[in-house]
Design a protein around this ligand. Structure first.
Ligand SMILES: Nc1ncnc2c1ncn2[C@@H]1O[C@H](COP(=O)(O)OP(=O)(O)OP(=O)(O)O)[C@@H](O)[C@H]1O
Length: 344
């Protein structure tokens, strides 16, 4: 059972099975007669006219013996009729087409990878001699060199991506240039006499690992400093300073004043027993100064509380007297405990 291949597929196949027939080696084939017009039909507007004209003007006529056909070209110096020219087998034709297709692929692939700053003359130097109609027939040997050059170029590009200049540029644009006094690392560099810039480049030359180490350390230093500053500003763990919502503080004060004045307890708010420190939410008022039941006082002492918080000191006396109180204070300042402490 014979297997039939489509003609275009056979064209692109570098080693078609028909080449096994010994008759093909002398160039006699019916397929040759068919494949050339098909090629012209498949590529009617051929990008490289040299090839199209080469194939379209090529005629196939029998040789002097009638049994050995040969190719001749109408262009160029015309051979005398009946002269035996160099015969070209189907194998060579197909090899040439296959080379051309692979060249096309290589060129298009390279076109995507090539950077824009590469000049056209460079392109011409690499590929110009192979694209024109006067392409050398034995350019197969040169093609290997061209491919070698292409792969070398790609390798160089990838190398530069990993360790070269573009990496440094990309890194700087991503993370920004090193800032002065950015962290402990920067200070150490200045002490040691080397610029921060030198350290950056040196670490970058080591690769991505060193670069990350620098960034991580820097970020860690920044975060650590921020945390330390926050703790120093607010030893009690309360949200204060820049991070605090000052509006909340003001609201609390106004609300408490209004609430206390409406209940006739404004004196409680103006007591000097309130803590002088604005950072602390503890007051100077002790629980036993308030008329709380002995049982509640015992429980409060057992819990380890001795002094009231500000909101407790402002509200407990009114609560104990049976007044309705509405208070607003920050979370964790003892509102719940104040309510329970007032229960007799
Ligand atoms: N007078 C006090 N002395 C010492 N610690 C207190 C005092 N009052 C409350 N605490 C402690 O403060 C913490 C917060 O108390 P509490 O839960 O009552 O605050 P809160 O303002 O009700 O909080 P939230 O708004 O989240 O409900 C608790 O751990 C509590 O033990």
């Amino acid at each position: 059972m014979s297997i039939k291949f489509l003609p275009p597929l056979r064209l692109l196949n570098p080693s078609p099975p028909v080449t096994r027939f010994p008759l093909m080696n002398v160039g006699l084939s019916i397929n040759t007669r068919r494949s050339i017009p098909i090629f012209s039909r498949v590529f009617p507007k051929f990008k490289y006219p040299g090839y199209a004209s080469q194939f379209s003007t090529r005629s196939f006529r029998p040789g002097p013996t009638g049994s050995r056909p040969e190719f001749s070209r109408r262009t160029g110096s015309k051979p005398e009729r009946g002269e035996v020219r160099t015969s070209k087998s189907l194998v060579e034709d197909e090899a040439e087409i296959s080379d051309w297709v692979s060249d096309l692929r290589t060129s298009s692939f390279r076109g995507r990878l090539t950077s824009e700053d590469e000049s056209d003359s460079d392109m011409g130097r690499r590929y110009g001699s192979k694209r024109g109609p006067a392409r050398d027939r034995d350019s197969g040997s040169n093609r290997g060199v061209a491919r070698e050059g292409f792969s070398t170029k790609r390798r160089r590009e990838s190398d530069s991506d990993e360790f070269g200049e573009p990496t440094r540029r990309r890194t700087e644009s991503t993370f920004g240039p090193p800032r002065k006094n950015r962290g402990t690392m920067g200070l150490q560099n200045e002490k040691s006499g080397r610029g921060e810039r030198d350290l950056w480049i040196k670490r970058d030359d080591k690769g991505v690992k060193g670069e990350r180490g620098f960034i991580d350390h820097d970020d860690e230093v920044d975060g650590g400093e921020g945390e330390r500053k926050g703790l120093m500003r607010n030893p009690g763990g309360l949200v204060t300073g820049e991070d605090s919502d000052d509006d909340d503080d003001d609201d609390n004060g106004v609300f408490e004043k209004n609430a206390l004045s409406s209940t006739g307890l404004k004196k409680e708010l103006d007591r000097p027993s309130l803590s002088s420190s604005s950072d602390s939410f503890m007051s100077e008022t002790r629980f036993d100064q308030c008329s709380i039941s002995p049982l509640s006082l015992k429980g409060i002492k057992d819990a380890g509380y001795e002094k009231m918080t500000v909101v407790q000191a402002a509200t407990l006396p009114a609560i104990v007297k049976g007044k309705d109180v509405l208070a607003k204070a920050k979370t964790g300042t003892g509102k719940n405990c104040g309510i329970f402490a007032s229960i007799n």
